[in-house]
Ligand binder design. Sequence first.
Ligand SMILES: NC(=O)c1ccc[n+]([C@@H]2O[C@H](COP(=O)([O-])OP(=O)(O)OC[C@H]3O[C@@H](n4cnc5c(N)ncnc54)[C@H](O)[C@@H]3O)[C@@H](O)[C@H]2O)c1
Length: 243
Amino acid sequence: MSARRVLVFGGTGSIGLAICRRLAADGDELVVADLGDRGHLISDLPGEGHTFASCDVGDLESVRAVAAACTDITAVVSAVGINYTGPVAETDWSMYERMQRVNLQGAFHIAAACEESCSPDAYVFLASVAGLTGEAGGAVYCSTKFGLIGFVQSFAAEIAARGARANTVCPGNVDSPLLRDLAAAVAEREGTSAEAMLDRFAGDSAFRRLITVDEVAEAVAFLASRRSSGISGQSLVVDGAPN
Ligand SMILES: NC(=O)c1ccc[n+]([C@@H]2O[C@H](COP(=O)([O-])OP(=O)(O)OC[C@H]3O[C@@H](n4cnc5c(N)ncnc54)[C@H](O)[C@@H]3O)[C@@H](O)[C@H]2O)c1
């Protein structure tokens, strides 16, 4: 099998790094784009030829610069995302704007810049089950993920004409620092402990456990590959079955 080149935005986060490990183990060569100088985080990936590019997806020119420097990209993955929980009435407007800029506008920037310069065969964006069902305290985060799913469905229809595909993966509660931070924030609001919140999050799944980053990475690797050649505009839920 010939090596493929995959551009992974947010590739040094917890799910992003699991995706990079999974793709690199398959023999893919990676361009990992993330905030700041995190190149050292990809030094242990299997295989050779992986590179790091500093990128802020909230800034179109920053994404354009990364995409323009890439050649022969077969797939683009975005594991970028930031989280916030809080009631609408208590939400700082600047937080709302930051969430939209990174989680939703960032996806538009990635799609626009990559269509301009690399035209990959497949895109996979990390959404969430929070993009399928709303919940108290989730209005801001959910609005970005609902928006992302609608964006990807529409974008998939646009790029189908050139034979390309776009899908989202919607994880449930993943064992990760992002989830532990969320548990701490919700616990404070509800006057309970972060441990109790994590237990409740695990109980949201019929599996009665948190999903692993590797389980999410497996779904992303499938949608980024030719193995899913008939699938586009879809959202693949990885939550261990709703409870
Ligand atoms: N962890 C979970 O339980 C969970 C559940 C459902 C969905 N998700 C989604 O999965 C994705 C990855 O989550 P994670 O748990 O790995 O989070 P994480 O915080 O570990 O990783 C997020 C990555 O996004 C990067 N990032 C943030 N802002 C950026 C910007 N402006 N430009 C470029 N990169 C930026 C971060 O540097 C980091 O590498 C996110 O979209 C998240 O919403 C996570």
